[in-house]
Design a protein around this ligand. Structure first.
Ligand code: ACO
Length: 325
């Protein structure tokens, strides 16, 4: 029957590199601490005048070219982000104008770092039902703009970038299954307190640094270790397959220890686990599509391969997808 499949991918990261050595001059940290605790060596930082939609645009154009599709042919654009250009209009609408995708419906997906995989699940439903044929999904973030550069417990983790994928119908393979989950009771372990209706922006919210990422790293870590493995196993089973069948595992790039724990749970050898975390850090919703695009570019994805995507993030949320390429 009719399924959705990925027909094009693309990624973009801003040129400016911030290394662990650079961070040593900004906060009380060390390259050694960051490397052993997270696996991150450097991250990309967008220029002051570059919003999320600009990164999204560059990744989107590459994905459209890869799929050999024109922007005017798009039926739907979905942008997964926790760093939209502004509260409204959605970054998807801003991008729709920039792309000239005048036929496309557009909305944002907010599911933290799981946003891109959530978007893939939603988009695949639209294609399976026959409602749409050509969908562009993007994970794009400028986390540097909501990072407290004086807080060593968070500022070493995050980076900026964007990844995009075009989804179209297929009669063979494609997105075999997806799994979505949320646990709102964990919301307080990863959040940005102000700027919404609960704590509207004013002098106090700015003074008290309430427009930055707040995180209980330990809580998120425990949650992630548990959920990344479980969500992967669940989606593999849903597709009627086994972990042995997985050719490439493309996990959310947050921490190498979290990735290793998930890979171990699936019994995957290192060559089947894609890691680009040392170069980019945690780019939230952009991390999985950047990884997918790089894996494809590096020739690690071949026709017929079984690919598992998995992510966790603010919400707390988790999401996984299994694709027969
Ligand atoms: N440099 C040096 N020391 C540091 C740094 C730093 N950058 N950051 C924290 N420390 C210190 C702490 O203060 C603490 O010191 P103390 O014991 O004297 O209090 C010590 O290091 C150990 O801190 P822990 O928090 O126990 O370290 P842990 O091994 O848990 O690693 C980390 C911390 C890397 C944050 C880990 O918990 C983690 O990766 N958590 C998941 C975070 C994550 O992925 N979040 C993103 C979710 S996605 C999204 O939606 C954006």
């Amino acid at each position: 029957g009719r399924r959705a499949t990925v027909t094009g991918v693309g990624m973009y990261v801003p040129p400016k590199i911030l290394t662990n050595k650079d961070l040593e001059k900004m906060v009380d940290t060390s390259d050694e601490w960051i490397t052993t605790r997270t696996g991150i060596k450097e991250r990309r930082i967008a220029a002051d005048d570059v919003p999320t939609s600009e990164l999204a645009l560059k990744a989107a154009r590459k994905a459209l070219a890869d799929a050999d599709l024109k922007a005017e042919e798009l039926d739907l654009i979905m942008v997964a982000t926790v760093t939209p250009d502004m509260s409204f209009p959605s970054t998807a609408c801003i991008l729709q104008e920039k792309l000239g995708a005048d036929k496309a419906a557009a909305f944002d997906m907010e599911a933290g770092c799981s946003g891109f995989v959530y978007a893939m699940s939603v988009a695949s439903q639209f294609i399976e039902t026959g409602m749409y044929d050509n969908i562009l999904i993007i994970g794009a973030e400028t986390l540097s703009k909501i990072t407290d550069w004086e807080d060593r417990s968070t500022c070493v983790l995050f980076g900026d970038g964007a990844g995009a994928a075009v989804l179209q119908p297929t009669e063979n393979g494609g997105i075999l299954a997806t799994e979505l989950g949320a646990d709102g009771t964990g919301g307080k372990s990863l959040f940005m307190p102000a700027g919404g209706s609960l704590n509207p922006a004013d002098k106090t919210t700015v003074e008290e640094k309430m427009h930055y990422i707040k995180m209980e790293g330990n809580q998120v870590f425990k949650f992630a270790v548990k959920k990344m493995g479980q969500a992967s196993l669940d989606v593999i089973k849903k597709a009627g397959l086994n972990p042995d069948d997985v050719d490439l595992f493309v996990p959310h790039q947050a921490n190498i220890r979290i990735i290793d724990a998930a890979a171990k749970r699936l019994n995957l050898t290192k060559d089947r686990v894609f890691v680009n975390l040392p170069k980019y850090g945690n780019t939230s919703a952009a991390s999985v599509p950047i990884a997918l695009a790089e894996a494809k570019e590096e020739g690690l994805i071949n026709n017929g391969d079984i690919i598992v995507l998995v992510a966790f993030g603010a919400g707390l949320t988790w999401a996984s997808a299994i694709i027969k390429w």
